[in-house]
Ligand binder design. Structure first.
Ligand code: NAP
Length: 259
């Protein structure tokens, strides 16, 4: 299927690795020019080279922290008018809510709610004027079913989802859609890092622990960044203009509900 995205321009945040990179690569394969971002310049530049080599897309790499006003300004300046915005940032740490201060909450809300809202605020009116826009927020399966040790994530991402549920109904009239993509367990550095901690705590070798976790999923495996990117590209496509304010859970069927 031709997704109709050739010549469009996208910002993909937090995209040197993992799910963000999967989205960037999938969009580049559709002929989308990219501005990608992450904090570590070396990894980001290597990813930009990899995407250019694999797809021939124009890729501008901006090494900065997207959760800061300066970082967002740098990315937006480099991009100019954009058609697609993929919001992403690192997830907050796990823990017990009794240990979290207001500052911990402010950090999580800034990274996983306010940064995305601010980037939407600064791009959405241009999309509306040009009568095409796609915003995809990478959030988490925690939006659908809270994960007890990830209270900061549960709270911040649900806030973003609630806000977007409102504006997504206003922008769609102008062919600007806003949707959430909710990852369950995907085989990325973040998942591997979390599992390594859990395996060490349980005194189990990492490989054994990871295999057990993958087996527990109805799909018998973790998702891949390529699968995630393909879903993102479809939500950004010209065919998805009637899908807005939705939250697509990608978890191999782990969420047990009928709906
Ligand atoms: P990952 O493999 O660790 O990649 C994270 C990417 O984000 C890296 O490119 C990282 O590069 C960049 N990044 C982190 N903080 C940033 C910041 N402040 N500014 C700019 N770039 C930043 O993680 P992932 O698995 O792809 O996860 C992406 C998001 O999905 C996270 O919010 C995560 O919590 C969420 N999620 C993931 C899963 C999963 O199974 N993988 C499940 C549920 C939710 P630098 O470190 O160099 O900045």
């Amino acid at each position: 299927m031709d997704l109709g995205l050739k010549g469009k321009k996208a910002i993909v945040c937090a995209a040197s690795k993992g799910l963000g990179k999967g989205c960037a690569m999938a969009l580049a394969r559709e002929g989308v020019d990219l501005v990608i971002n992450a904090r570590t310049k070396e990894t980001l530049d290597a990813t930009a080279d990899e995407i250019r080599g694999a797809t021939g897309a124009a890729v501008t790499a901006i090494a900065c922290d997207i959760t800061t006003p300066e970082g967002r300004a740098e990315v937006l300046d480099a991009a100019g008018p954009v058609d697609i915005l993929v919001n992403n940032a690192g997830g907050p740490p796990p823990g017990n809510f009794r240990d979290w201060s207001v500052e911990d909450w402010q950090k999580a809300l800034n990274a996983n709610m306010l940064t995305a809202i601010e980037l939407i605020r600064l791009t959405v009116d241009g999309m509306i004027e040009r009568r095409f826009g796609r915003v995809v927020n990478i959030t988490s399966g925690a939006v659908k079913a809270p994960i007890p040790i990830l209270g900061l994530s549960n709270g911040a991402r649900t806030g973003l989802t609630g806000f977007c549920a409102g504006i997504a109904r206003e922008t769609v009239r102008h062919n600007v859609t806003i949707n959430g993509l909710l990852p369950g367990p995907f085989d990325t550095d973040r998942l591997r890092g979390n599992m390594k901690l859990q395996a060490d705590r349980a005194g189990v070798p990492y490989e054994t622990f990871a295999k057990q976790q993958a087996e527990k999923n109805p799909a018998g495996r973790f998702g891949t960044a390529e699968e995630f990117g393909a879903a993102c590209a479809f939500l950004c496509s010209v065919h998805a203009g009637f899908i807005t304010g939705q939250n697509l859970l990608m978890d191999g069927g782990a969420f047990p509900g009928t709906l």
